[in-house]
Design a binder for this molecule. Structure first.
Ligand code: ZN
Length: 185
């Protein structure tokens, strides 16, 4: 990785190796103050889990998810979630596994947030299924685009800069969008 003298790049130490992060991750480290308190995590009902396993979110995010899920169901849609809370340790494990099977850093960083940099550490982020560009082709995605902001949810990575375009990844910010006149008609 080539460093620019003008940018102070972040580094991570994972699997006994130090890596310099690309600039699009710089300053995206999740502050300790918003890391999830695991005693505040609550499970989603299994029917929303793609594999039927337990998915946890911070209680307010879980409640807010159930609220949008109910509204979407009323519109004939069905949300399926692939991932919720993930610890920094779990993210390290994922990285170590990928590095261990020979996936190069440059490829991992394109699809997987570095440990300490994932909004999933906050317990406020969900990945809707499928976690591919195909999610844009679902009615659920377009419903979220139109409605999720009213419930305090936002799509985090929309710019397409580097890898950071993830239509499936939504974050509960708990700030309700002001409903404009055009939204209400
Ligand atoms: Zn995600």
């Amino acid at each position: 990785m080539i460093s620019s003298p003008l940018l102070c790049a972040d580094t991570i130490y994972v699997c006994d190796t130090l890596f310099e992060l690309p600039v699009y991750w710089a300053e995206s480290r999740i502050p300790d103050s918003i890391l999830a308190d695991i005693s505040e995590l609550a499970p989603l009902p299994p029917k929303y889990s793609v594999h039927g396993g337990r998915i946890y979110l911070l209680r307010p995010a879980r409640d807010a998810f159930l609220e949008i899920a109910k509204a979407a169901e009323a519109a004939g849609l069905e949300f399926v979630i692939e991932s919720g809370y993930r610890s920094i340790e779990k993210q390290e494990e994922i990285w170590c596994t990928l590095l261990g099977i020979g996936v190069p850093f440059e490829s991992i960083i394109k699809g997987t947030a570095p440990p300490g940099y994932s909004e999933h550490h906050t317990g406020r982020a969900v990945d809707f299924y499928p976690t591919t560009g195909d999610f844009v082709g679902t009615r659920e995605y377009w419903w979220l685009k139109r409605n999720a902001g009213k419930y305090g949810w936002r799509q985090s990575y929309t710019t397409g800069e580097g890898v950071r375009k993830e239509p499936w990844h939504w974050y509960f910010e708990d700030i309700k969008e002001i409903i404009t006149i055009s939204d209400s008609i």
